[in-house]
Design a protein around this ligand. Structure first.
Ligand SMILES: Cc1ncc(COP(=O)(O)O)c(C=O)c1O
Length: 370
C-alpha cells in the first residue's frame, strides 16, 4: 500500500476535536464547561494588552525571541520552585500530551498506553489517531483510589510504553495520593509515566518532586486554567534531561507565539492577582459543593481539588435531560461521556453571583425532570 492509500484508509478513522459550543455565542455567566478562570478582573487582561501595545514589534512583527522564552521560563520556575533545566514551555498542556505520545508512536516497544480513566479526552484522541493501542483502567467511584493492583497486572501483561494519569483528575476532581503516585512511578520502571497536572494550582499537592527522583516521569501543566490564559495556548512540561531533549526535538522551534511570550511575561508579574483568584475559586468551590449536596435528587457529588465540581444525577438519560434543559437556558455545563461516569455533569466554579444563578436554574430544571 502506498502512503497515500494508507492515509486515505486512516482518514476514515481519524477522531477530530469537536467543539461543544459549535460556534454558539454564549453569555459569560453560562460558560461553565471549559474550567476557564472566571474570577480574574478585566484589569489583568488590560495590562497584558498594554504590554503588547508597548512592544508591538517584539509581539507581532518579529519571530518569538528565544531569550524572552528563556527569561519567562526562569520566572515561571521561580514561582513554582522548579529547576529551569527541567522545564519546557509548550503550546498548552495539549502539546505536552501530544509530544509524550509521539515518543510512544516513534520509539515504543509495545506501542501501548495505559490510561487511568475517567480522564481528559485528548490522550484518548491522540492515541487513537497515532494508532497506539490503548488499555483503560477505571477508578472505582466509591473509593476514588489509584487502582495500583490492576495497573501492576496490566504492566506485567501488556508492558505499556506509557502510563497516563491525571491528578487532580478531570473529570472527577480529586488528587491521587502522593505516596500512590510514587509507587506508580516505581511500578512503571521501563515506561514513561505521564502525569497531567493541569489543575495543580487548585490542589494542595504538587508532583514536581517526582521528577527529581524518577527520570521516567513527564508532568504536563497548563496556564489555561488558573492563569486565565486559555486563548494564548501556553503550558509547560517538567521532566528529566533525556526526556526533555527528545520532546524538544519533536516540538516546533517557535511553539509559543511572540504575543503569548510578551503577555505571559506580564502575567507572571501579576502572580499575586492570580493567587487571589485561586483562593476565591477554592472558597466558592466549597460553597458550591455544599449546595449541590443539599439537592436531594443529586446522588453523588465528587470532592474536588480543581476549579470544577462533578456530580451525578443517578443515570445517564436523566443527566442528559438536565444538561439539555440547562442549555436551553443558555447555561453550558459538561456532560461526562466516560464509561461508568456517564451519569455525571461537570460544572466550572465561578464567582458567587454566577454560581447562585446556576444553582437556582439547576434546582428548577431538576425538579422538572423525572
Ligand atoms: C486535564 C486536562 N489536561 C489538559 C488540558 C488542556 O489544557 P491546555 O489548554 O493547556 O492545552 C485540559 C483542558 O481542559 C484538561 O482539563
Amino acid at each position: 500500500m502506498s502512503i497515500l492509500e494508507k492515509i486515505a484508509a486512516h482518514a476514515k478513522k481519524v477522531i477530530e476535536y469537536s467543539d461543544p459550543l459549535k460556534g454558539e455565542n454564549i453569555p459569560y455567566e453560562g460558560r461553565l464547561l471549559f474550567n476557564e478562570n472566571l474570577f480574574l478582573p478585566l484589569q489583568y487582561y488590560e495590562s497584558l494588552l498594554e504590554e503588547v501595545r508597548n512592544k508591538l514589534n517584539e509581539s507581532v512583527r518579529f519571530y518569538p525571541s528565544t531569550s524572552l522564552k528563556e527569561e519567562v521560563t526562569c520566572r515561571l520556575c521561580r514561582i513554582y520552585n522548579l529547576d529551569p533545566s527541567s522545564v519546557m514551555l509548550t503550546a498548552g498542556a495539549d502539546e505536552g500530551i501530544k509530544l509524550a505520545l509521539e515518543t510512544v508512536a516513534l520509539y515504543g516497544r509495545s506501542r501501548t498506553v495505559l490510561i487511568v480513566r475517567p480522564c481528559y479526552s485528548m490522550p484518548l484522541v491522540y492515541s487513537a489517531n497515532m494508532q497506539i493501542d490503548l488499555c483503560s483502567i477505571f477508578i472505582d467511584r466509591e473509593n476514588l483510589k489509584l487502582p495500583l493492583t490492576l495497573i501492576e497486572d496490566v504492566i506485567r501483561e501488556k508492558r505499556p510504553d506509557l502510563i497516563f494519569v491525571c491528578s487532580p483528575n478531570n473529570p472527577i476532581g480529586m488528587s491521587h495520593d502522593m505516596k500512590e503516585l510514587r509507587e506508580l512511578a516505581e511500578l512503571a520502571q521501563d515506561a514513561v509515566l505521564l502525569i497531567d497536572e493541569t489543575y495543580v494550582d487548585y490542589s494542595d499537592q504538587d508532583c514536581s518532586t517526582l521528577v527529581r527522583n524518577f527520570d521516567n516521569v513527564i508532568i504536563v501543566r497548563s496556564l489555561s486554567k488558573s492563569w486565565g490564559l486559555a486563548g494564548l495556548r501556553i503550558g509547560y512540561i517538567i521532566s528529566s534531561e533525556t526526556l526533555l531533549k527528545t520532546l524538544r526535538g519533536l516540538a516546533q522551534p517557535f511553539n509559543i507565539s511572540s504575543v503569548g511570550l510578551v503577555m505571559l511575561s506580564r502575567a507572571l508579574e501579576m502572580a499575586h492577582i492570580v493567587r487571589r483568584s485561586i483562593e476565591d475559586a477554592k472558597r466558592i468551590r466549597e460553597y458550591l459543593y455544599m449546595k449541590l449536596r443539599e439537592i436531594s435528587k443529586i446522588r453523588q457529588v465528587f470532592p474536588s481539588k480543581t476549579n470544577f465540581i462533578t456530580f451525578s444525577l443517578g443515570d445517564s438519560e436523566k443527566s442528559l435531560r438536565v444538561f439539555s434543559r440547562l442549555k436551553e437556558r443558555r447555561i453550558y455545563v459538561r456532560k461526562i461521556s466516560e464509561p461508568y461516569y456517564d451519569d455525571c455533569l461537570r460544572v466550572t466554579v465561578a464567582p458567587k453571583d454566577i454560581v447562585d444563578k446556576f444553582l437556582l436554574e439547576l434546582n428548577e430544571v431538576i425538579s422538572g425532570v423525572s
